[in-house]
Ligand binder design. Structure first.
Ligand code: FES
Ligand SMILES: [Fe+2]
Length: 468
């Protein structure tokens, strides 16, 4: 880590200024890959969904040939927005203003009302008029788009994230639930809050009875993650080889004879399902319950963890859920807890699926954002729930929906209030646990203010990690 990175401070103004929103609209959003939607949202020909970002609206459509395309959602006649929300548009996109019609397959203009009158316009040639397309690609079941025609391929942009998460086969998952909340805070406040585990001790203090979890964190170019196993030691820790790092929860048990990991897991799983409703399932709840009756109290922690995994798989497969084909224990541990995929999504992988967050500005108000929370889960074929998008126009409406996430949401509003204070100039980050937050703002600076040489620090081999 360079000195400038170690002392990195990010200005409070980044959360409050309209100028920064404008800068982001010009230099950030049009230059990155973004999650626009999920492939399951456009399953059938003619299905569409819109994605609004930075004053733009993007129309994602399934063509009659089964491809997915991304168009700028704007009529080429006089600029009316073509579609709102989601639905099925048949085999063409109709403009409600003067009735022009475009093909869903290539965006070509296929119908013009009173077209003969246009023949006197020397600049008019119907075959030249098309809905402009965006770059589009797919990963983990998501549809990614970019406004930059020259952007690097998605796989290259996302590196090294797929290397850590591909084995989870997240393209096999479906929305278990989908919640969107309008929050009175800057979009980056949300990213920051879910980009570290440092807040868990104070914000989710109910978890402390299950043991403390000081997290490590690490940046790889644009992206970053935090984890609670020392990744290289993970495989050895499971095999019980001496001299390896143990998971923290196990460390707590040393010299504590009353610590029963079976009970901890059973209670923690039950509570997770009650309060978060993600990162596990009925299968993990059942598996943890089975530990109490099928694993002896004297069993060592590694034995308990191995049984938990075995029972989980048995429970899932008995219900018809496909276990990821080649996901190993080492894959699970090296994947870490929580990935920041620059700029605006966070992914928490688990065997049953992933909890995924996306945040974006709400118009040009620096103190308002749209926060999507997605739990995508593995289901038995035919058991996928119908897609329902729940929308909450303010955090009060979200009350009672998810105890755990409400604890986080409370911080978001309060942080935005603090960011306006004369008594606060800049944010600082814990050098072990909050490097993902630091990396986010560092990378953002490169996009907003950087020039040529900084580009190298966006490559995945530019590592930011705790001092040893
Ligand atoms: S603006 Fe779309 S047809 Fe006129
Ligand atoms: Fe949290």
């Amino acid at each position: 880590m360079q000195d400038s990175e170690r002392n990195y401070r990010y200005p409070a103004e980044h959360y409050t200024s309209r100028r920064v929103i404008e800068l982001e609209n010009e230099k950030l959003w049009p230059k990155v890959w973004l999650i626009a939607a999920r492939t399951e949202e456009v399953r059938n020909p003619g299905d569409f969904v819109t994605f609004d970002i930075a004053g733009e609206s993007i129309l994602i459509v399934r063509t009659t040939q089964g491809e997915v395309k991304a168009y700028y959602n704007v009529c080429q006649h006089r600029g009316r927005r073509l579609k709102d929300g989601s639905g099925n548009t048949g085999d063409s996109i109709h403009c409600a203003f003067h009735g022009w019609r475009y093909s869903i397959n290539d965006g070509s203009l296929i119908k013009v009302v009173y077209e003969e009158e246009w023949q006197t316009d020397p600049g008019y040639c119907r075959s030249d008029i098309k809905l402009p397309q965006l770059r589009i690609d797919f990963w983990a079941g998501w549809i990614w788009v970019s406004m930059d025609p020259d952007i690097q391929p998605l796989a290259q942009y996302l590196a090294p994230v797929p290397r850590f998460l591909d084995k989870f086969e997240l393209q096999e998952t479906r929305f278990a639930w989908y919640k969107t909340i309008v929050i009175p805070c800057n979009w980056k406040v949300v990213l920051d809050a879910f980009n570290e585990g440092y807040h868990v001790t104070a914000t989710h203090s109910q978890l402390m009875r299950f043991g403390e979890l000081p997290y490590g964190s690490k940046g790889f170019g644009r992206h970053a993650y935090f984890y609670n196993w020392e990744a290289p030691a993970a495989a050895a820790a499971v095999s019980g080889e001496p001299g390896t790092t143990k998971p923290t929860v196990i460390g707590l048990m040393d010299g504590n004879a009353s610590f029963d990991l079976r009970k901890i897991l059973a209670e923690a799983e039950h509570e997770r399902e009650e309060t978060l409703k993600a990162l596990g399932s009925v299968h993990t709840v059942n598996a943890a319950q089975r530990l109490l009756t099928e694993v002896p109290k004297e069993a060592g922690p590694m034995e308990v963890l191995a049984a938990f995994r075995r029972f989980h798989r048995e429970e899932a497969e008995a219900a018809g859920v496909k276990w990821p084909t080649s996901l190993s224990e080492d894959d699970i541990r090296t994947a870490g807890i929580d990935w920041h995929i620059f700029p605006n999504t966070i992914a928490l992988p688990s065997i049953d699926g992933a909890l995924w967050y996306r945040s974006r500005p709400n118009g040009d108000d620096p103190a308002s954002c749209i926060f999507d929370i997605w739990w995508i889960q593995r289901f038995a074929p035919g058991k996928e729930p119908p897609l329902r998008r729940d929308f909450y126009s303010n955090p009060d409406q979200f009350k009672g929906q998810n105890f755990f996430l409400e604890q986080d949401v409370n911080n978001l509003i309060a942080v935005q209030r603090g960011a306006r204070s004369r008594g606060y100039k800049s944010g600082r980050t814990n050098p072990r646990q909050e490097l993902a937050v630091r990396n986010f703002h560092r990378v953002l600076d490169v996009y907003l203010y950087g020039d040529g040489p900084d580009e190298a620090t966006l490559r995945p081999d530019h590592i930011i990690e705790p001092e040893r």
